[in-house]
Write a protein that binds this ligand. Structure first.
Ligand SMILES: [Zn+2]
Length: 403
């Protein structure tokens, strides 16, 4: 099943046992999951994958769960990649695509990370998970915990999406609000987790979430016939998507599943919270805490990402870049996606629309480039973001106007 071999520190390269419960390295850095890729390549091939079920567990040899009986799945992954022809034309691209993560269970790409990490937590005998969240990750993890029969404690900003709170309550999670940001929620959990016997699942302080997210990279390669696109734009808060897609590409390259150049990985943040964009353009390897973070895209309101150095490295290694867009750009992106593609995307995904336009206008991306926008969730979770204005109201006997 899994060719999981060990955990490796992303900074000091220390090697840790993967079969005991681990959080971060002794040096304080995130741990990356390593596999025996040679053995994996001998046992599974892209051809073999074609026969498998259309979910992320089709890559089970490269996922961390040892025994299939611990796999907790609601059908996450293998989301569609669709061509955005009309939007492409508007933005100046001839080969524009959307990888639509809104079709995952719970309506967000967070389902992948939850499925991998909660399956592995269950396998390792963990009972109570505690998670700070901007909203969507918490509700997804709460729902997956419910299905696993595990307890979830979720702490989120009091101004998080009300739907995320409701989903947590629905799932029976202990749900707490904080008058602050996700970073405050994280410190509150850290202060008590050990004492209460909670397992903290803060982004990248638990090694297995990244593995679920990684399957987005495998899918993009497989769905394009193992020929990688020229660029992938990712909304970037904690940065897990970029780190994970880059990790997937490195693994696939080592197994001989892909060759040639990696796609440019492009991190998109909101101008109201853009620590990684700032660090990138200043040539820094780490970001600085972004004061006064504010944006309508709650999923990318992360003032300091724990894995920022890994994001910056992946962006630079692939010749990518970092872009910030305003909230007004995000609203415009939601409207364009709706009018031109019939798709209601989440605000984080909508941020990619004007980022792509900006990079096309500046010439960073070419018309002929195959560009993928990673829409991380469905807009149905954010009905209030659609601005309808005052709609015409008639009496039943009125005659409707032609236009
Ligand atoms: Zn280390």
């Amino acid at each position: 099943m899994s060719f999981l071999s060990h955990l490796e520190c992303s900074k000091c390269k220390a090697v840790l046992d993967a079969d005991s419960v681990q959080t971060v390295c002794a040096c304080g850095s995130p741990l990356l999951v390593r596999y025996d890729l040679g053995e994996a390549a001998r046992n599974v091939s892209p051809k073999e994958l074609e026969k498998r079920a259309a979910d992320m567990w089709r890559y089970r040899e490269l996922l961390p769960v040892r025994d299939a009986k611990h796999v907790l799945s609601m059908g996450e992954g293998w989301t569609p990649v669709w061509r955005a022809q009309r939007l492409g034309k508007q933005l100046g691209f001839a080969d524009l695509w959307v990888k639509d993560e809104g079709l995952n269970p719970t309506g967000t790409f967070k389902a992948r990370g939850a499925a991998a990490a909660i399956s592995r937590a269950r396998e390792l005998g963990i009972r109570i998970l505690a998670m700070p969240t901007a909203g969507n990750a918490g509700s997804t993890w709460a729902l997956y915990c419910a299905r696993a029969g595990m307890e979830a404690v979720v702490v989120m900003p009091s101004d998080a999406e009300p739907l995320a709170m409701r989903e947590c309550v629905l799932a029976g999670a202990r749900t707490y609000l904080v008058r602050g940001l996700v970073s405050d929620a994280a410190s509150m959990i850290s202060r008590v987790a050990k004492r209460y016997g909670w397992f903290e699942v803060t982004t990248l302080k638990e090694p297995y979430r990244l593995e679920g997210k990684k399957t987005m990279g495998y899918e993009i390669a497989e769905q394009f016939g193992w020929r990688l696109p020229d660029a992938i734009l990712c909304p970037t808060g904690g940065g897990v998507s970029i780190i994970a897609i880059y990790k997937a590409m490195c693994e696939m390259l080592e197994m001989g599943w892909i060759s040639g150049k990696f796609p440019k990985l492009i991190a998109v943040q909101s101008a109201g919270c853009s620590p990684i964009v700032k660090a990138f353009h200043e040539g820094k390897t780490e970001s600085v805490f972004f004061e006064g973070a504010q944006t309508i895209a709650g999923g990318i309101r992360v003032p300091k990402a724990f894995g920022d150095f890994l994001v910056l490295d992946a962006v630079r290694q692939t010749g990518g870049t970092c872009v910030a867009v305003t909230d007004e750009n995000i609203f415009a992106g939601i409207e364009l996606m709706g009018r031109l593609e019939g798709s209601f995307v989440c605000p984080e995904g909508a941020a990619l629309v004007s980022a792509a336009k900006k990079l096309r206008d500046e010439g960073f991306l070419k018309t002929s480039d195959r560009v993928v926008l990673l829409n991380t969730g469905t807009g149905l979770k954010y009905p209030d973001l659609i601005r309808t204005g005052d709609l015409p109201l008639f009496a039943p006997n009125d005659e409707l106007p032609r236009h």
